[in-house]
Write a protein that binds this ligand. Structure first.
Ligand code: PLP
Length: 412
């Protein structure tokens, strides 16, 4: 069955929005995706029908309790755990990671070691650097391989010791698109006695995650990168979450997942997240998949991934042929997601981005908070890269048009 691109695009109202009559080509998905009408409708419905706080007998409050319960169950299916208590919902990945770093610090002694990869977004760097500074921990950096564009297990091996306590590990880079073998790296680190904290923010919009298969201790993602509202979600192994000191109000629940839920959640956005997860189920049905909720997520992601791969091939083939352009990531689809960055030998990234944006090609530039990656690649600190992030609602026509626009800008 061919990918139902027209039906997909009809689900996303913003795709047909124009800027003064000029169409938009959304290639800025690595920074945040558009949302389907299921997400929008759920948020509007929340405010129309059951805007309320939780825990009392009003019908609206009962509905909000059920919504939260449904959301953590659905997200558990989405992430690959059958324990909704392992799903923490918060403001965004960065806030949740700072919160957990504060709790995890209690497990470590001065002189203990933590390992951070050079592939990380700052969201999986600064919280650990500051934790290390506050607690006298030693930080070791795990480089990525410049040909494979990912961390090779052989590079991790020499860094592990009996003092290793934590590995902060990127699933997919938001600058290079490189994908790590999280399962193998996790096993190595855990065998050495370390806790593994995975940043799957960039990965989650492209491939379905399976936390139990990966075996990691924690994994963070952000629904606004996978067609949902601005929220963060962290999976944590129950035994880890139960044994951690939770920074929480004394009278707040001690049960999981609530003991890590600070203050009143953004219920309307959680309703929106349910809409996004329903959208994936709609897409699965539309492409002929059936089964339980997890199987529907698998089906939807398989379809989205195959469509994105075709677009990626087309985009890569066009980009690598352009004179003066250097890809900052793999030239092939092996071990990568559809996030593409490049620099040019004559045009600064900001100038390219401005011209493309003026022509309706939405894109990003700079270090994109992949601060260590940008330094490791010796990029101009003011300019960084020009970044194009594809999503499953993009089309082959958009890629062809984008290539023409980029070619025109670079030829000047
Ligand atoms: C790989 C990666 N990690 C972490 C983050 C931070 O996520 P959040 O905005 O939810 O804090 C981003 C955002 O761009 C990202 O791309």
């Amino acid at each position: 069955m061919t990918f139902p691109i027209e039906a997909v695009r009809q689900q996303f109202p913003s795709l047909s929005t124009t800027d003064g009559g000029q169409r938009r080509i959304y290639f800025d998905n690595a920074a945040g995706t558009q949302v389907p009408r299921q997400t929008i409708d759920r948020i509007v419905d929340f405010f129309h029908r059951y805007n309320s706080n939780t825990g009392v007998f009003n019908p609206t409050s009962v509905e909000v309790d059920a919504l939260y319960d449904d959301a953590v169950r659905s997200m558990a299916d989405f992430l690959g755990t059958n324990d909704p208590g392992e799903v923490l919902i918060g403001a965004n990945m960065t806030t949740l990671t700072y919160q957990l770093a504060r709790s995890l610090a209690h497990r470590f002694e001065p002189g203990d070691e933590i390992i951070i990869t050079r592939m990380e977004h700052e969201g999986n760097v600064s919280p650990w650097l500051q934790m290390a500074e506050d607690n006298g921990l030693i930080v070791k950096w795990l480089e990525f391989d410049r040909d494979a564009w990912r961390v090779e297990p052989a590079l991790l091996e020499p860094l592990l010791s009996e003092r290793t306590r934590l590995l902060a590990l990127n699933y997919a880079s938001n600058l290079t698109g490189g994908v790590n073998d999280v399962k193998a790296l996790t096993k190595m680190a855990q065998d050495a006695g370390a806790i593994v904290y995975v940043d799957a923010v960039q990965y989650a919009s492209h491939r379905l995650i399976d936390v139990k298969e990966l075996g990691c201790d924690f994994l963070a993602c952000s629904p606004y990168k996978f067609y949902g509202p601005h929220l963060g979600v962290v999976y944590g192994k129950r035994e880890r979450l139960e044994s951690l000191r939770a920074y929480k109000l004394r009278c707040a629940s001690n049960d999981l997942p609530f003991r890590f839920s600070l203050g009143t959640p953004a219920f309307e956005l959680i309703a929106g997240l349910m809409g996004t997860l329903e959208y994936f189920q709609w897409l699965a049905a539309e492409t002929g998949c059936s089964g339980d909720r997890r199987q529907l997520f698998e089906g939807a992601y398989a379809e989205m991934g195959a469509h994105e791969d075709a677009l990626s091939e087309q985009l890569l083939a066009g980009l690598v042929a352009m004179p003066g352009l250097t890809m900052r990531g793999a030239n092939t689809l092996t071990h990568r997601v559809a996030t593409f960055s490049f620099t040019h030998d004559r045009h600064p990234a900001s100038a390219i981005a401005r011209q493309l944006s003026d022509k309706g090609l939405y894109c990003h530039w700079g270090d994109n908070y992949a601060f260590e990656v940008a330094k490791a690649l010796d990029l101009d600190p003011q300019e960084g890269v020009l970044r194009l992030g594809l999503g499953h609602y993009n089309t082959t026509d958009e890629v062809a048009e984008a290539l023409k626009l980029i070619e025109g800008v670079l030829a000047a």
